[in-house]
Design a protein around this ligand. Structure first.
Ligand SMILES: Cc1cc2nc3c(=O)[nH]c(=O)nc-3n(C[C@H](O)[C@H](O)[C@H](O)COP(=O)(O)O)c2cc1C
Length: 368
């Protein structure tokens, strides 16, 4: 069996699939359940000085595999969480990471309290509600770092636009990055009642789950290409292939939130076991071997000498006609079960190849 153990910031994790700050890390009961479900690391829900007063309802599923949430941060006050919940989580016997927010004063105080309690192996701080201005983020990171003895991770939001400036300024202070938080603001509402589906003041919330995977991969890959500090990927994991993508994009470990909300806390162990199998079946012996592989192996895009056109492998085609229906350029049609391509209409967009359930279509250079 391939080895999925990982060491990040000097901390040993039995596998790289962790909980993410959120409902799965709300209290000791949830975190211990995640540990029983096979998580390799336990990230608790974000705590702040005051417990959050969350609106209702605050989690909906706008479409399959994704969530829209208006939860804020932990409903528990920090004294209760650090004094009562975190010590019980130690029983899990795997690394525990606290998540804290938001102002410099809060981070300093929470850092001190966590350090005093000695209840965590690392601390993650969320920039979700504090803007994206690099100097300010550095001030926040320093406030936490100066007050804890354990490694500090900065969890970035997809709202960060000047990623390079943020990574450069933070990497001098912190020990690693986590990317990304949920995406938004985002809105959904009932067309009959014209009322929002979430109970937040402006009806808006934050999107997570499958829909945000490509956004998360963009951030993970971009951060990993800017720094040697470890990056923890989070966002959009639905199955083992998504974990592999995060790792290949440059993540050293992967956090999972929405999938566990939707499918239960056993998903961590299932993903970790599937990761080991995936590595075996692809000839890798350790998880480390695939970290950053996308960046290492990606070729510069070459301008094809000839135009690329979809070509069908008739042995694989099951005649579902999805390519014909979805060809917005109307270049594909089937006649007597035979694939025909009108090259004067085809724009080589590649969508047919991407949609084909049998992988029967591929873009190949035009024959000269
Ligand atoms: C209901 C809910 C609550 C969340 N609470 C927090 C939180 O307290 N702190 C935080 O940093 N991220 C929080 N997140 C964001 C997740 O940790 C994660 O970054 C995001 O959901 C993307 O991962 P996913 O696609 O696997 O869900 C929350 C997400 C959801 C869905």
């Amino acid at each position: 069996m391939a080895d999925v153990k990982t060491t990040i910031c000097g901390i040993d994790f039995p596998n790289p699939v962790w909980t993410a700050a959120g409902p799965g890390g709300a209290d000791a009961q949830m975190l211990l359940r995640a540990a029983r479900g096979g998580a390799g690391g336990l990230v608790a829900k974000t705590i702040s000085l005051e417990g959050a007063r969350v609106p209702f309802p605050n989690i909906i599923s706008p479409f399959s595999g994704s969530l829209l949430n208006a939860e804020l941060w932990s409903e528990h006050g920090y004294l209760h969480f650090i004094g009562r919940e975190l010590p019980k989580v130690r029983e899990a016997g795997i690394p525990v990471i606290a998540s804290v927010g938001y102002s410099a004063e809060e981070l300093a105080l929470l850092g001190k309290e966590l350090d005093r309690a000695g209840a965590v192996d690392a601390v993650e701080f969320s920039i979700h509600y504090v803007g994206k201005e690099p100097e300010n983020l550095k001030r926040l990171a320093s406030a936490l770092k100066d007050n804890v003895g354990v490694p500090v991770l900065a969890k970035l939001s997809p709202a960060v636009t000047d990623l390079e400036a943020v990574v450069r300024i933070l990497e001098d202070v912190i020990d690693g990055f986590v990317a990304i938080n949920s995406v938004g603001p985002a809105l959904d509402f009932d067309i009959e009642t014209r009322q929002p589906l979430l109970g937040s003041e402006d009806g808006r919330g934050w999107l997570s789950g499958g829909a945000i995977l490509p956004v998360a991969l963009h951030y993970v890959e971009a951060i990993a290409s800017l720094t040697d500090k470890p990056v923890i990927g989070v966002g959009g994991v639905r199955r083992v292939e998504d974990v592999v993508k995060h790792l290949m994009a440059g993540a050293s470990a992967v956090q999972v939130c929405s999938l566990a909300v939707l499918k239960g806390q056993e998903v961590y162990g299932k993903l970790a076991a599937d990761l080991s199998k995936w590595l075996d079946s692809h000839g890798f012996r350790t998880v480390r071997e695939i970290v950053g592989l996308y960046r290492k192996e990606r070729r510069e895009p070459v301008q094809a000498e000839a135009r690329l056109f979809p070509q069908i492998d008739e042995e694989l085609c099951n005649l579902c006609l999805l390519c014909e229906r979805s060809c917005i350029h109307q270049a594909i049609h089937f006649e007597d079960k035979e694939f025909h391509l009108d090259r004067t209409r085809c724009l080589s967009c590649g969508l047919c190849c991407s949609l084909c359930p049998k992988v029967a279509l591929s873009l190949v250079p035009e024959k000269s």
